[in-house]
Design a protein around this ligand. Structure first.
Ligand code: ATP
Length: 283
C-alpha cells in the first residue's frame, strides 16, 4: 500500500527550516531547574534520540516540544511558532505525540482509535464520520505500522506492542511534520520491539520530510534510522549532535555516571557495563 496523499511531511523542505529551535531554555518548578540552558535544533528529516537516566529531564523537554508548557527562560520555536506567543492548542494539532499514558476510557476498536488522530480527541466525537480520505489514510497507516489485523479488535484486548503501534498510527493521522515518541518500546518483548523499530524505520523512509524525537533509556531501543542524539543529565545537556559523535563510550558513561561500553553493529547500538581489568589473584 502506498501513501494516499503527499503533504508537508512527505517531502523534505528545501529550506531545511528547523522544525524545533530551542535556545537557552530553563524550566523551573518549585525553585528547581528541571531544564538548565538546553538548546536544540531539529530539522526536517532528522531523527533524534533523547537519552539520559531517570529524572534527567527528558519528558520535561518533550512537554515543551509538544507545546504542553512554556519555558521559564529562553525560547522554544516549534514548527516556526514561538511558545508563549502562539495558540498552544492549535499548535498541538500539528504535532504527532505518542504518549505512553494515553488516557483512553472506552473500549474502542483499533481503527476508531487511529481515526481519533483526525479529530485530535481521545474519544470519537458524537455524530462525527470520517471522510473518505481520512478512512483511506487510517487504513494506510495501520498497514504501515503492521496493525491491520487489529483494526476491529477492542483496546482492552490489544497487547502492549499493538497498542503502541496503533498510537503511532493515530499520531500520524494529521500528517504531522514533527513526531514525538516517548519511550515507545517500553514493556515490549524482543519480537514486538523489533517489529516496532522496523515500522519506525519504514515510516521514516516513506516520509523523508518528517522529523522525530524519540525518548529512551535504552540504546538497544534506538531504530537504525536515528540520525542525531542528545544526552541529558541532571537537567543539562551532556552532548548533542550527529549520533556517531554523541553515542560514544565516553559520553554515555559520563551521562549515566557509570562506565558503559557502547557498540554499534549493523546500524544498531548496544550498551553494557565496561569490564574492569582483573585484580591480582586472590583479591
Ligand atoms: N511539576 C514538577 N514540579 C517539580 N518537579 C518536577 C515536576 N515535573 C517533573 N519534576 C521533576 O523533574 C525531574 C525530571 O523529570 P522528567 O520526567 O523530565 O525526567 P525523565 O528524564 O523523563 O525521567 P524518566 O526517565 O524517569 O522518565 C524529575 O526529578 C521529576 O521529579
Amino acid at each position: 500500500m502506498t501513501a494516499p496523499d503527499t503533504t508537508a511531511a512527505d517531502t523534505a523542505e528545501p529550506s531545511g527550516r528547523p522544525v524545533v529551535a530551542a535556545d537557552g531554555v530553563d524550566l523551573v518548578r518549585n525553585r528547581r531547574a528541571l531544564l538548565d540552558q538546553v538548546s536544540m535544533v531539529v530539522r526536517p528529516g532528522e531523527h533524534w534520540a533523547l537519552i539520559g537516566p531517570n529524572g534527567a529531564g527528558k519528558s520535561t523537554l518533550v512537554s515543551l516540544l509538544s507545546a504542553q508548557q512554556h519555558p521559564t527562560r529562553g525560547s522554544v520555536e516549534v514548527l516556526g511558532r514561538l511558545l508563549g506567543r502562539t495558540d498552544m492548542r492549535e499548535l498541538r494539532r500539528h504535532i504527532g505525540h505518542v504518549n505512553p499514558r494515553h488516557d483512553l476510557r472506552s473500549a474502542l476498536p483499533g481503527r476508531a482509535i487511529v481515526l481519533t488522530g483526525a479529530t485530535g480527541s481521545i474519544e470519537i466525537p458524537p455524530r462525527w464520520e470520517p471522510s473518505a480520505a481520512e478512512s483511506e489514510r487510517a487504513e494506510y497507516l495501520m498497514d504501515l505500522l503492521g496493525v491491520t489485523a487489529q483494526r476491529d479488535a477492542l483496546w482492552p484486548t490489544l497487547s502492549q506492542g499493538e497498542r503502541g503501534r496503533i498510537l503511532i498510527a493515530r499520531a500520524l493521522m494529521p500528517t504531522p511534520r514533527l513526531l514525538l515518541l516517548d519511550e515507545p518500546a517500553t514493556g515490549l518483548d524482543v519480537a514486538a520491539r523489533e517489529q516496532l523499530l522496523a515500522s519506525i524505520d519504514q515510516l521514516r523512509r516513506e516520509h523523508p520530510g518528517l522529523a522525530t524525537v524519540l525518548v529512551t533509556h535504552h540504546l538497544e531501543e534506538l531504530p537504525e534510522s536515528t540520525t542525531h542524539a542528545m544526552l541529558l543529565r541532571s537537567a543539562q545537556v551532556v552532548a548533542s549532535g550527529a549520533v556517531g559523535d554523541v553515542l560514544t563510550t565516553k559520553l554515555v558513561s559520563t551521562c549515566f555516571d557509570h562506565p558503559i561500553e557502547i557498540e554499534r553493529r549493523d546500524g544498531r547500538w548496544s550498551a553494557r557495563a565496561a569490564r574492569t581489568a582483573p585484580g591480582p589473584a586472590g583479591l
